[in-house]
Design a protein around this ligand. Structure first.
Ligand SMILES: C[S@@+](CC[C@H](N)C(=O)[O-])C[C@H]1O[C@@H](n2cnc3c(N)ncnc32)[C@H](O)[C@@H]1O
Ligand code: SF4
Length: 307
């Protein structure tokens, strides 16, 4: 029988920038959702791979990279959708294969988290699933409905609290510019509701958690691209984007003054790289945004922005 000696990938693969040095293991292919702005499932049919095939990939990775792998990212768009026993089995096997493994990570839609019980999430955390990257995109429910996110602000609160309870680190992303140009009321609601969500989920201890803002890109093939072609959606300008971000930051107010929320807006899609700890460094972050607003010549040109 033919024995494969290459790790299987269903390309193109998507992973968070912070997992650039992690071993990538294909657990699912594509995504079981279809948000209007996202290209994760454009050329892929969603499926959950067979556990034995995934274990084979871990064995091959051990032969290629040796036993000292420290981080693994389970591809693809929402590997958290994988049934708990399967994910538990895979994570356990990864731990056995790589004794120095520090963490496994996944992309997770809020609904994938909510569907798992607290016990299941705690078991996954105990065997090494230590961080989940969750796309909030916005906390303005009308906007979430409009982009077919299939989740609400209330779902994000529930999902975040479940992750915190299970000791799985939350890394959540929002998208600047999602409401489109010439929609000041939507932009304001997007920023204010998103800040309110972040204020509400802030844990009352000093654990590290992550909030990032990406800036909307409109990849060809997506529903949003089709709307843009029909002139039903226009992209915001860089100044409008920064103003939206400013409203978000202004409205962040944590009760817990020891909170360790790492804020980043330094992805390649952003016009200006910004980072800081919320809400302690709120004034520094606002200062950076104001600098960008008064020095638009320093903003990343559109042709250098990427996903
Ligand atoms: C590959 S998705 C996985 C997240 C996870 N499936 C979820 O929806 O919760 C990662 C994140 O990239 C961001 N993203 C995807 N397409 C984007 C686009 N066209 N412009 C800006 N950000 C985008 C979104 O924040 C999205 O949640
Ligand atoms: S944003 Fe997440 S849930 Fe939505 S289509 Fe992309 S990968 Fe799937």
């Amino acid at each position: 029988m033919h024995q494969r000696n290459k790790i299987y990938y269903c390309r193109p693969v998507f992973r968070p920038p912070s997992e650039a040095n992690s071993l990538l293991i294909q657990v699912t292919e594509g995504c079981s959702f279809k948000c209007d702005f996202c290209m994760s499932n454009l050329r892929k049919k969603f499926l959950i791979r067979e556990v034995e095939e995934i274990k084979k990939d871990l064995d091959i990775a051990r032969q290629i990279y040796g036993p000292n792998v420290k981080r693994i990212f389970f591809l693809d768009g929402n590997a958290m959708v994988t049934p708990s026993e399967k994910l538990l089995d895979i994570t356990n096997y990864a731990q056995k294969t790589f004794p120095k493994l520090e963490r496994c990570a996944v992309y997770a839609h809020a609904k994938d988290i909510i569907k798992k019980s607290d016990e299941q999430l705690e078991e996954l955390s105990a065997v090494g699933l230590k961080i989940a990257y969750v796309g909030f995109e916005s906390a303005y429910n009308n906007l979430l409905k409009n982009i077919h996110k299939h989740a609400t602000k209330e779902d994000f609160i529930k999902a975040s609290n479940k992750l915190f309870k299970a000791n799985i680190t939350l890394s959540a992303t929002f998208i600047n510019g999602l409401g489109g140009a010439n929609q000041p009321e939507i932009s304001e609601k997007h920023a204010i509701e998103s800040a309110d969500l972040v204020n509400k989920i802030c844990p009352d201890d000093d654990r590290v958690w992550y909030i990032a803002f990406l800036t909307l890109m409109i990849p060809p093939g997506t529903e949003l691209f089709k709307r843009m072609i029909k002139n039903e959606f226009q992209e915001m300008s860089s100044v409008e984007i920064l103003q939206e971000l400013k409203v978000f930051i202004k409205n962040i107010q944590f009760q817990n003054k020891n909170a360790n929320c790492v804020f980043r807006s330094n992805h390649a899609s952003n016009y200006l790289p910004i980072k800081g700890i919320l809400d302690r460094e709120k004034d520094i972050i606002l200062g950076n945004i104001n600098y960008g607003l008064t020095h638009i010549e320093f903003l990343r040109p559109d042709f250098f922005r990427a996903l």
